[in-house]
Design a protein around this ligand. Structure first.
Ligand code: AMP
Length: 217
């Protein structure tokens, strides 16, 4: 099964993708995480991407398309994948169709997580994650059970993303409205799109997604 999770930054795509990965054994492929890995390792690609990311802009299509093309060919994506943060423009969506067709792969669902934009800035500005395992937390909505210790792996250090500052978040939301939202009609026309309420509790959102993925009798 191959899925796309769509939605503005802060909609909870990463959280839902990680839960789906654990439940269904699908591989989460998050272009934002991949780009941050490049930045961390000071690669040329990372240096290029960082300038765009810090300004809340999208990285050029060609860069992410090549990255995804390579990633979906890796063995761990064979059982199916969840694309989180890709595609983000119509040219990316068109390229994805071509690369799937070349591999005789099918796109099963495109799930749009609808959220209230005003709530997003608060959601994003409060988030942080474990520096070791990447588990996501929030100052207000999801604190670790023991302060300063990751619930999942027990590590004691957390990180915040550079581009989660309120002013950059607003630019990222504008990029979503202007460049990413136009792919919704693209998938709607193909009969692939389902919209769900991304403002609900994390577990409720997950249940909605799993119901959609359950084979129809
Ligand atoms: P994310 O972690 O998905 O919120 O992505 C963080 C940043 O990485 C975005 O604001 C973009 O600058 C860049 N990025 C991630 N995925 C893409 C993509 N598919 N196309 C262009 N830029 C991307």
């Amino acid at each position: 099964m191959n899925l796309i999770l769509l939605g503005p930054p802060g909609a909870g795509k990463g959280t839902q993708a990680r839960m789906l990965q654990e439940h269904f054994g699908l591989m989460q492929i998050a272009t934002g995480d991949m780009l941050r890995e490049h930045i961390k390792h000071h690669t040329d690609l990372g240096q290029l991407a960082q300038n765009y990311m810090n300004q809340g802009q999208l990285v050029p299509d060609l860069v992410v398309i090549q990255m995804i093309e390579h990633r979906i060919s890796e063995a761990d994506a064979n059982n199916g994948f969840i694309l989180d943060g890709f595609p983000r423009t119509v040219p990316q969506a068109e390229s994805l169709d071509k690369m799937l067709a070349r591999r005789k792969l099918k796109l099963d669902h495109v799930i749009e997580m609808r959220v209230d934009e005003d709530a997003l800035v608060e959601r994003i500005a409060g988030r942080f994650s474990c520096a070791a395992c990447g588990e996501g937390y929030h100052d207000k909505f999801k604190k670790p059970a023991r302060e300063g210790v990751c619930d999942k792996c027990g590590f004691g250090q957390f990180v915040r993303r550079d581009d989660d500052r309120a002013d950059t978040v607003r630019k990222r939301l504008a990029a979503y409205r202007e460049q990413t939202a136009p792919i919704l009609p693209y998938y709607q026309a193909k009969g692939k799109l389902t919209s769900i309420d991304g403002m609900a509790e994390i577990d409720v959102v997950q249940t909605q997604i799993r119901q959609l993925l359950r084979p129809q009798a």
